[in-house]
Design a protein around this ligand. Structure first.
Ligand SMILES: *[C@@H]1O[C@H](CO)[C@@H](O)[C@H](O)[C@H]1NC(C)=O
Length: 214
């Protein structure tokens, strides 16, 4: 009886393990990283971002300003939502190549002009090879420093697996209106989703390739 019980338990365990292995196998499997590594690219992007508070159609809006008396133009806790144009040149009327959508938060309690913001945004490109692809950016931006560094933490389309950094430099700012033009130099490692060289089906299982359609 005892032996039968042991046998039964061990059989149940084996079956359970076998079953869980089968279940596990249905939702993930390993892919050799060498299939993507050979396609790694390093790209430098150069463009200008325009923050426009004052216009009939502002590209930045301030959300629910905190009720605090502060000497700062952007008191601790302020939130700004952005849909800023990205252009090829410093002139806002130069060719638009993409947009920055996201937010920034005033994240320092220090009063005055030493603004420190935390920025989160998707930079989506609308021209050429990178049309429809985007970069995700999240980091601290001490906006009155000459050059600020922001991390690139991901991407889509041509920028899948993206990682890198941005050097941002303000080229023009109107302190009364808050409007600003910022030069962006982005350096990004990425793997294209469309290179034909190796098994794109491995990375788009069950999906139609719809590059540029998102
Ligand atoms: C970018 O892609 C969209 C969607 O596929 C397309 O409608 C648009 O014409 C493309 N723009 C350029 C400049 O190629």
């Amino acid at each position: 009886m005892a032996n039968f019980k042991t046998f039964f338990i061990s059989q149940t365990l084996t079956l359970t393990l076998l079953f869980s292995t089968l279940v596990t196998a249905t939702y993930h499997h390993n892919i050799s990283p060498s299939l993507v590594r050979s396609r790694e690219k390093l790209t430098h992007l150069h463009f200008y971002l325009h923050e426009i508070f004052t216009s009939e159609k502002p590209s930045n809006i301030v959300i629910d300003p905190p009720k605090v008396v502060a000497s700062s133009p952007l008191p601790f806790g302020s939130q700004v939502v952005i849909e800023d144009p990205l252009t090829i040149g410093p002139d806002v009327k130069s060719k638009e190549i993409g947009k920055a959508q996201g937010f920034y938060l005033s994240a320092t309690q220090r009063p005055g002009l030493e603004l420190e913001i935390v920025m989160g945004m998707a930079l989506t490109f609308l021209e050429g090879e990178f049309n429809g692809s985007s970069l995700s950016v999240l980091g601290r931006n001490k906006i009155f420093n000459e050059v600020r560094e922001l991390p690139i933490i991901g991407g889509t389309g041509e920028f899948r697996f993206a990682r890198g950094y941005i050097l941002a430099r303000t080229v023009k700012v109107d302190y009364h209106k808050g409007d600003a033009t910022v030069e962006y130099n982005a350096y990004v490692y990425h793997y294209s989703s469309t290179s034909s060289s190796s098994s794109p089906h491995l990375f788009n299982q069950g999906l139609h390739l719809c590059h540029g359609d998102y």
